[in-house]
Design a protein around this ligand. Structure first.
Ligand SMILES: Nc1ncnc2c1ncn2[C@@H]1O[C@H](COP(=O)(O)OP(=O)(O)OP(=O)(O)O)[C@@H](O)[C@H]1O
Ligand SMILES: O=C(O)C1=C[C@@H](O)[C@@H](O)[C@H](O)C1
Ligand SMILES: [Mg+2]
Length: 181
């Protein structure tokens, strides 16, 4: 262990408290950054959209068949499970719409990944996101504006991903929450 303290005493790096939760709008990088962060600190990675799809099938089909309200109920169930894990957890963009999820997040380490409309436009191309099926980037802008105050109220750390590499984002998050696992 290196001695960065200058005291001459080797101290272990502080443990990274888990879960660390990534929130933010569609295309901000929650899945990609979350996976890399988890690998970097040696923690499991949980992505609630993937959990939903594994249990209930493709998200766009859930929206089409059952509607958004039903999707939010299913999403809450899996978000609640995910937040009990000692893991890096990436939440679906709209999961913070549920009051119980907002209450859970109040006690956890939460990172808001932000992205500009200019940068996200290319990232969303070809995606399968039911809320953007009509309206595209204009709809993304409206949804993001509506949710931004909620993301802000929940976040311990906010980072603009528009012009930052995934590796740099991982370093910023690890540094903020203190060291290794
Ligand atoms: N820092 C980054 N720089 C450039 N491209 C990125 C960055 N982070 C993610 N991307 C790319 O942007 C796209 C969206 O990323 P990702 O799927 O991680 O977003 P998300 O927040 O999980 O969105 P959603 O869950 O709505 O799909 C992917 O193609 C990913 O490779
Ligand atoms: O922002 C949203 O409401 C969504 C984001 C995605 O992660 C998915 O959870 C789904 O497409 C809805
Ligand atoms: Mg994702």
């Amino acid at each position: 262990m290196s001695d960065a303290s200058g005291t001459g005493i080797d101290r272990p790096a502080p443990a990274l408290g888990l879960p660390i939760v990534l929130i933010g709008p569609m295309g901000a990088g929650k899945s990609r950054v979350g996976a890399r962060l988890a690998a970097s600190v040696g923690a499991p990675f949980v992505d609630t959209d993937s959990l939903i799809e594994a249990r209930y099938g493709p998200i766009d089909q859930i929206f089409a068949r059952e509607g958004e309200e039903y999707f939010r109920v299913v999403e809450r169930e899996l978000v609640a499970e995910a937040l009990r894990e000692e893991a890096v957890v990436s939440l679906g963009g709209g999961s913070i719409l549920h009051a119980d999820t907002r209450a859970d997040l109040a006690d956890l380490a939460v990172v808001w990944l932000k992205v500009s409309a200019e940068a996200v436009a290319a990232r969303l191309a070809g995606g399968n996101r039911p809320l953007l099926a009509e309206g595209g980037i204009e709809r993304w802008i409206a949804i993001q504006a509506e949710r931004a105050p909620v993301y802000a109220s929940l976040a311990d750390l906010e980072i603009d991903t528009s012009r930052r590499s995934v590796a740099r984002l991982v370093d910023t998050i690890t540094d903020h929450f203190g060291g290794t696992r």
